[in-house]
Design a protein around this ligand. Structure first.
Ligand SMILES: *[C@@H]1O[C@H](CO)[C@@H](O)[C@H](O)[C@H]1NC(C)=O
Ligand SMILES: *[C@@H]1O[C@H](CO)[C@@H](O)[C@H](O)[C@H]1NC(C)=O
Ligand SMILES: *[C@@H]1O[C@H](CO)[C@@H](O)[C@H](O)[C@H]1NC(C)=O
Ligand SMILES: *[C@@H]1O[C@H](CO)[C@@H](O)[C@H](O)[C@H]1NC(C)=O
Length: 319
């Protein structure tokens, strides 16, 4: 009950501030840079709920094996690229899963990413999720598998949330029903256009910025490549405030037309994870053009994961 009261009070306060429905001004409440990632996130050494060929390690192990590394305005998190795994081992390749200590309802988050994990078998994701999945909602901001195609932005919800076919966005709508129980939890996704939005092309371009804006009337996600000429100056600066009204048409737009966003999305935590194979990357591996079987490839080829790392310049959250 208490959290409901707090949430609706915040909603009322923000609703009056954010009078223009298409965006508004926000102030920075979190500036996560370099070693600040260790304070803002906790390491989740858990069994992969998506059955990946992964061994999520705790902070002490990650630091001692240099799977996370912080210096100045750089934070790196990566997979082990040294160890051959026995096919009979019950766990897979060591990697990292981070969950933010703070949870956010209406907010803007800007992810300045220099490099994302690439390679056959990889399934990296930057996403937000609420409690009691799927009732607290899930927004996948950056996600893909096996270096294939462009980025996909997806909502996953409990039953009753759908998206209109016509939306103000540069990406292409996929399934319109966000309900996790429909079509094997495909969710309501939007496929981005630019090759630079994901994987090896993202990395060769020096990465870029992903930004999420969540209000009670819409969820928008933008992507700008490092060299794009239309990067908003407040996004590039990573400063103390942003005005999303100046950001232009989003890559993906999820309006509340037929989805009561305040009902389907609770306060969400940010999660950054890198798993291998499993329910998504493993399922589509045979069609990916990648060699061998997914599990065997991940187990036997440690050096193939030298580029399976995230490098963050910063994450800024504005409310
Ligand atoms: C990794 O991220 C994706 C979000 O795209 C999520 O569906 C999956 O459950 C996550 N896996 C793990 C093990 O955290
Ligand atoms: C840890 O990783 C960083 C970044 O890749 C690298 O600069 C550093 O040399 C590594 N440290 C060790 C001890 O390998
Ligand atoms: C959509 O958002 C607007 C503004 O917050 C609100 O008035 C309206 O009731 C919402 N619609 C639904 C279906 O939740
Ligand atoms: C949306 O959901 C909230 C919380 O459950 C509820 O208070 C509100 O009346 C709903 N709005 C609409 C338009 O159904």
């Amino acid at each position: 009950m208490k959290s409901t009261i707090v949430l609706s009070a915040r909603f009322l306060a923000l609703a009056s501030m954010l009078a223009p429905v298409m965006g508004g001004t926000y102030s920075r409440t979190q500036n996560i840079v370099g070693s600040g990632f260790y304070n803002a996130f906790q390491f989740q050494a858990i069994a992969d709920p998506t059955h990946g060929r992964v061994n999520y390690v705790n902070m002490a192990t990650a630091q001692s094996q240099n799977l996370t590394f912080a210096s100045g305005n750089t934070f790196i998190m990566r997979a082990d690229a040294h160890t051959v795994i026995s096919d009979s081992s019950s766990t897979g390749r060591s990697s990292v899963r981070l969950m933010s200590n703070s949870a956010f309802s209406t907010h803007v988050a800007v992810f300045d990413i220099q490099h994302m994990p690439q390679g056959c078998g990889t399934w990296p994701a930057v996403w937000e999720v609420g409690p009691n999945w799927p009732s607290g909602g899930e927004v996948d901001i950056v996600e893909g598998v096996n270096d294939q195609g462009t980025n996909q932005v997806t909502l996953h919800t409990s039953p009753g949330c759908t998206m209109p076919s016509s939306r103000t966005q540069t990406g292409t709508s996929l399934q319109l029903n966000c309900d996790t129980s429909v079509n094997s939890n495909a969710g309501c996704g939007v496929r981005l256009g630019p090759a630079a939005s994901y994987g090896p092309t993202f990395n060769s371009d020096g990465g870029g910025w992903y930004a999420l804006e969540r209000t009670n009337s819409f969820i928008n996600v933008w992507f700008w490549s490092r060299g794009a000429t239309n990067v908003p100056s407040d996004v590039r600066a990573g400063g103390t405030s942003v005005n999303t009204a100046n950001w232009g048409t989003p890559s993906a737009n999820f309006p509340n037309t037929s989805c009561n966003l305040s009902k389907f999305f609770a306060a969400n935590n940010i999660i950054i994870n890198l798993t291998f194979c499993g329910d998504f990357a493993g399922a589509v591996y045979p069609q990916s053009g990648c060699p061998s079987t997914c599990t065997s490839y991940v187990d036997q080829n440690p050096t193939a994961f030298a580029n399976a790392y995230f490098q963050f310049n910063s994450i800024n959250v504005y409310t």
